[in-house]
Write a protein that binds this ligand. Structure first.
Ligand code: COA
Length: 321
């Protein structure tokens, strides 16, 4: 049995902040951001939270799958911006949906989080332990950003995407390849709470997201093509037979570089980065759900999904739609 996606959904905050708006609050310009990243605008949460965005996307994914919440056995939320340190966002979504039979937990793998969640769900479904899974990538990254650091804050946005998977005899996930390199964790990090107790009363404020942009860029353009080549080998699928390569939407130039290294035309690398910016774990499921809604995915299509992010983490998956 393979894990097959049977429903998708996405949710974005109501507020749209375009590059022109950012240029009124910091020393940046639409030209710089568009040329270096391909981003034109991002959605920023005001009323919304990671939980509310996740719930919105999940409800749409469930509705499009035809399953009821009680039929979900496994509920995973990929996020680095949970509203609560504990419980997990997944437990709160379980309560909101009434997914009473699900085991629910979060996965923290930054922008590769949805791929990691897919890896876990596929293993559980293949082994026969669970049949129906709801995977959500949800973030309000804007709350981790230093809005005086123009080199990082212009890159990210908030949002959520979700997918319902079920055990299927045909199609679905064919091969996966995921990896981590913790030795490079400092390239992209955000410090959390520090030790604070009666024997250690010193307290520092939680940090903001910090990034070595060029190191992350180089990591992405080197690792993502290798990871995709590996997963295509495992699936015994030539790159030419892939319908779409859905890549984590971090930077248009990274996606173009990966397309070039794989020697595949750019039009098979769909993008929404101009609209949504980098929504971390939400980026892949939002792109997938939007393409599904637009009727761009058809039974039998071969999709490659690939993500990378803090950790460092990365992953790729081949699936038949
Ligand atoms: N607006 C205007 N100028 C900016 C700016 C902004 N928002 N951010 C940085 N700059 C300036 C820098 O200060 C620097 O100025 P200087 O030459 O006077 O010192 C100049 O632009 C070039 O900065 P640099 O960092 O060399 O640019 P870059 O071409 O490497 O692009 C990134 C920066 C962040 C866009 C690029 O490195 C990148 O996309 N990295 C990957 C990041 C990523 O995807 N992270 C998430 C992974 S999941």
């Amino acid at each position: 049995m393979n894990a097959k996606i049977i429903g998708t959904g996405w949710e974005l905050p109501a507020y749209e902040a375009d590059n022109h708006y950012l240029s009124t609050i910091m020393d940046t310009s639409d030209e710089w951001i568009t040329e270096r990243t391909g981003i034109r605008k991002r959605y920023l949460a005001r009323e919304e939270t990671t939980t509310s965005l996740a719930a919105g996307a999940a409800k749409k994914a469930l509705a499009s799958s035809g399953l009821r919440a009680e039929q979900i056995d496994l509920l995973i939320v990929a996020t680095i911006t949970s509203d609560t340190e504990t419980p997990s966002t997944a437990c709160r979504i379980q309560a909101e949906l009434g997914a009473v039979h699900a085991v629910a937990f979060d996965v923290n793998a930054a922008c590769a989080g949805f791929l990691y969640a897919l890896h876990v769900a596929d293993a559980f479904i293949k082994s026969g332990i669970y049949k129906n899974a709801l995977l959500i990538g949800a973030e309000t990254l804007s709350k981790l950003l230093d809005w005086t650091d123009r080199s990082t804050c212009v890159l990210f946005g908030d949002g959520a995407g979700a997918a319902v998977l079920t055990a299927a005899e045909q199609g679905g996930v064919i091969a996966q390849s995921v990896g981590s390199d913790g030795s490079r964790w400092e390239a992209l990090s955000c410090m959390g709470r520090v030790v604070h107790n009666p024997v250690c009363p010193e307290q520092a404020a939680p940090g903001f997201l910090q990034m070595n942009g060029q190191e992350v860029f180089k990591f992405a353009i080197k690792t993502v093509p290798l990871c995709i080549e590996e997963v295509l080998r495992k699936a015994e699928l030539p790159a030419e037979e892939v319908t779409y390569f859905l890549l984590h939407q971090a930077n248009k130039r990274i996606i173009q570089s990966v397309a070039k290294r794989l020697k595949q035309p750019e039009d098979r690398f769909p993008m929404n980065i101009d609209q949504c910016a980098n929504t971390s774990a939400a980026s892949l499921p939002i792109l997938l759900a939007q393409m599904n809604e637009q009727g761009r995915l058809h039974p039998g299509d071969r999709l490659v999904l690939s993500g990378f992010g803090a950790g460092l983490t990365w992953g790729a998956c081949v699936m038949e739609w």
